[in-house]
Design a protein around this ligand. Structure first.
Ligand SMILES: [Zn+2]
Length: 264
């Protein structure tokens, strides 16, 4: 299989340094052979067998952040420079929320849909679907894939809360998918638990490796499809609910540039 240059791949994917900066950074790190020669950025295969806490090189994150900042797509500045400032922003935001006397649904919830989405900060599920509290049962994990715990959460919403729709929502330029593609392409390995997550996205990256078009974009769609299928394949509760017509499972991809969701 022809090895596809990650530089071209990332450029095509329009990697912007968003909330998944760790992934994007490490992909960026792979791009420059000059930089790589001076400072190998990835964890070696041997390191990958070490305890998670022991993996990686000292200063990995600092250098990754510095490299990212010098990339062509610098990240937007943080709204807070310290944890204290971040907490203050959260407190102030919550006070504004309370001041609007929001509908908080304290008496109970009846979410009509479950959404399995990515943790990416640019894809806030309730916001992009313009939904108030109580309407959506949201499960988020980087790379929007099923694991035992989020599957349990989804089963709960279907079996107990009687949600009608399960939506697996991927998004463009997903850093987790980019990392999975980079791993499949040239063995790029992430430090810590990140690689465990990235490995779970490997099938999506591998399945579309030879497909025409943008590898990352294709893998985003493939990942959604795989997890839509896995929903009923792994959960007897969901499979039964689908069979009886109580719930349907759909997939979608959110476009970071336009804000629109394409349902598959
Ligand atoms: Zn993502």
């Amino acid at each position: 299989m022809k090895k596809r240059p990650v530089r071209a791949l990332v450029a095509k994917a329009g990697v912007c340094a968003g909330s998944f900066s760790m992934f994007a950074s490490s992909v960026v790190l792979r791009l420059s052979s000059k930089i790589k020669a001076k400072w190998p950025a990835t964890v070696s295969g041997a390191d990958a067998t070490l305890p998670h806490e022991s993996r990686g090189r000292q200063g990995f994150w600092e250098k990754a952040v510095r490299l990212q900042a010098s990339a062509s797509n610098p990240p937007p500045p943080h709204a807070a420079k310290t944890a204290a400032q971040a907490l203050a922003l959260l407190e102030a935001g919550n006070q504004r929320f309370v001041a609007r006397a929001p509908q908080t649904e304290a008496q109970g919830q009846a979410p009509y849909a479950v959404v399995l989405g990515c943790s990416d900060s640019r894809v806030p599920i309730e916001t992009i679907f313009d939904q108030p509290p109580g309407r959506l049962f949201v499960v988020r994990v980087a790379g929007n894939f099923l694991n035992e715990d989020n599957l349990a959460s989804i089963e709960f919403s279907v079996a107990v809360l009687k949600s009608k729709l399960i939506l697996v929502l991927g998004h463009s330029s997903c850093g987790a998918i980019e990392a999975a593609v980079a791993h499949v392409n040239d063995g790029t390995t992430q430090p810590g638990y990140i690689q465990d997550l990235v490995a779970k996205l490997g099938p999506a990256a591998r399945n579309v490796r030879a497909d025409p078009g943008d590898w990352v974009a294709n893998a985003v769609v493939e990942n959604v499809k795989l997890n839509v299928a896995a929903m009923t394949g792994r959960s007897a509760i969901i499979a039964q609910a689908v069979k009886s017509g109580e719930v349907e499972v759909k997939g979608g991809v959110y476009d970071l540039r336009t804000g629109s969701v394409t349902f598959l």
